[in-house]
Design a protein around this ligand. Structure first.
Ligand code: FRU
Length: 488
């Protein structure tokens, strides 16, 4: 058990020997990833401050350095020219002021006059452990030096809202700067608040974003508002939503509303229903950025709060998802892996397979880290699927039930257990027939894109090291497919 004192111990208090021995334990972990952003040690959570700035993609993330627990949070910085190879820029925002003494919590980035403005939540607690959130600014110049503004720009929540007031997403609107902040009303329901500013310094509270979800969970974390293809999109991570059939199975949810562009004067947002962004076990608190090609790119946290993970014993926890490009089709957000990821592709195998009332592996098709694309050419089986990261004892299984057009990801036999109190299967039904299944498998994760991003399953798995087998199966009939696989 980690004591409060241990959770709020700073990196700066740790001796070089302590850090070296922690790093050694982390390096010995069999579950370290190969192409995902992961913390050098300690716990990572939300991606923060996503931006394309000064020729680089910048990704920061929430970080507690000294162990696999939530404690005093830093912003850790990574940057990249291609969204594939990331250079480690180290800790960026440290919780070293009174107003962020208990954590530099989540926030976002905006370029202004050749500098990158980072707007984040200062989390402060007093001796009675009461929380005092404020919204703060740190500015990064082109040399990567970061300086904090002396005082928060929003010192406390407005009247009518509790201390759960955090995660500003800032953008430049036609009339000035805008920010949206996750909040909880005094009646303990979640919402998001709109602020505006002419100069990033003085912020005016404009009011709530008027959605048609007045009673949807108790807190909305990590809101992100943007416009895409003439629509307004609000992404957020509500807490306190009840499970309903295949939906909302995780401890907390993450999803979006699509509607008309928000009318900033009336704050009205006319939108469709809340849809989950991801159908897998481990996805939360995503953030987006726009790049110079005009692409809208999303990265999420491949983890969830309040769940133990098998890497905890090795002194670290969690990673980020691969970057995904967003588009809108039929009122739905579509996510596709950014094309730059093709640079990871090594040896390729391409085969046609006919699977009929059987389970079989294909000569030469195996691996622990790979990309695999399956195109279904003809299907008359009642169900078909794939087993991967498998050996004689363990496997992760994706099954398609043709009649219900339903996909099921089963990690009950994946390897080391994780979050089993929330079940070992995740499922969703498709709008259309299944055509493509696109997997990115790393040492301890899988991201599955169905029908070019119509649905995505993002999950950690903790397989056995020799779990390299890939098998295909079809029951009550047959399936013809083309399989392309690249080692990574
Ligand atoms: C979401 C979250 C945010 C908060 C951050 C703290 O995972 O709880 O609301 O800013 O994590 O690390």
């Amino acid at each position: 058990m980690w004591t409060r004192e241990q959770r709020y111990r700073r990196l700066e208090e740790a001796t070089p020997e302590e850090i070296a021995s922690l790093l050694e334990i982390v390096h010995a972990c069999p579950f370290r990833q190969t192409f995902h952003i992961q913390p050098p040690m300690g716990l990572m959570n939300d991606p923060n401050g996503l931006a394309y700035f000064d020729g680089y993609y910048h990704v920061f993330y929430q970080w507690f350095p000294l162990g696999p627990v939530h404690g005093v949070k830093y912003w850790y910085h990574m940057k990249s020219t291609d969204l594939v190879t990331w250079s480690d820029e180290g800790p960026a925002i440290r919780p070293d002021q009174d107003f962020d003494s208990h954590g530099a919590y989540s926030g976002s980035a905006l370029e202004r006059d050749g500098e990158l403005y980072l707007m984040y939540t200062g989390n402060k607690r007093d001796e009675n452990w009461l929380r005092y959130p404020s919204q703060c600014i740190a500015v990064m110049n082109q040399s990567g030096e970061i300086s904090k503004w002396q005082d928060p720009v929003i010192s406390k929540p407005p009247n009518g809202y509790t201390e759960h007031f955090r995660d500003p997403k800032v953008w430049k609107g036609d009339a000035g700067f805008c920010a949206i902040i996750g909040a909880q009303r005094e009646n303990l329901t979640g919402t998001v608040l709109l602020y505006s500013s002419p100069d990033m310094e003085t912020w005016k509270f404009d009011g709530e974003l008027e959605t048609s979800l007045p009673n949807f969970g108790y807190m909305w974390e990590c809101p992100d508002y943007f416009e895409l293809d003439n629509s307004g999109v609000l992404i957020f991570s509500p807490q306190g939503i009840e499970t309903k059939d295949d939906e909302f199975q995780n401890i907390y949810q993450s999803g979006y509303l699509i509607g008309n562009k928000v009318n900033l004067a009336s704050r009205e947002f006319h939108h469709g229903e809340f849809k989950e962004l991801d159908r897998g076990f481990d996805f939360y608190a995503p953030q987006t950025m726009v790049d110079p090609h005009g692409r809208k790119i999303l990265i999420g946290w491949m983890g969830l709060p309040e769940i133990d993970y098998p890497t905890d014993k090795n002194g670290w926890a969690h990673c980020l998802t691969i970057p995904r490009e967003l588009s809108i089709q039929n009122g739905k957000l579509i996510q596709t892996p950014v094309e730059e990821l093709q640079a990871l592709r090594k040896q390729k195998i391409k085969v046609q397979a006919h699977i009929e009332n059987e389970i079989k592996s294909i000569e030469g098709l195996a691996g622990t880290t790979f990309e695999m694309k399956i195109k279904v050419a003809r299907l008359d089986a009642a169900e078909f699927g794939i087993e991967f990261r498998a050996n004689d004892r363990k496997k992760t299984v994706l099954t398609y039930e043709a009649k219900r057009k339903r996909l099921l990801l089963d990690r009950s036999l994946s390897g080391e257990d994780v979050g089993i109190e929330y079940g070992t299967g995740r499922a969703c039904s498709l709008d259309s027939e299944i055509v493509t299944v696109h997997l990115f498998v790393d040492v301890s994760s899988v991201e599955i894109f169905i029908n070019d991003g119509e649905e995505v399953f993002t999950s950690r798995i903790f397989p056995e090291e020799d779990g390299q087998d890939i098998r295909f199966f079809a029951n009550h009939g047959s399936v013809d497919m083309t399989v392309e696989k690249w080692a990574i």
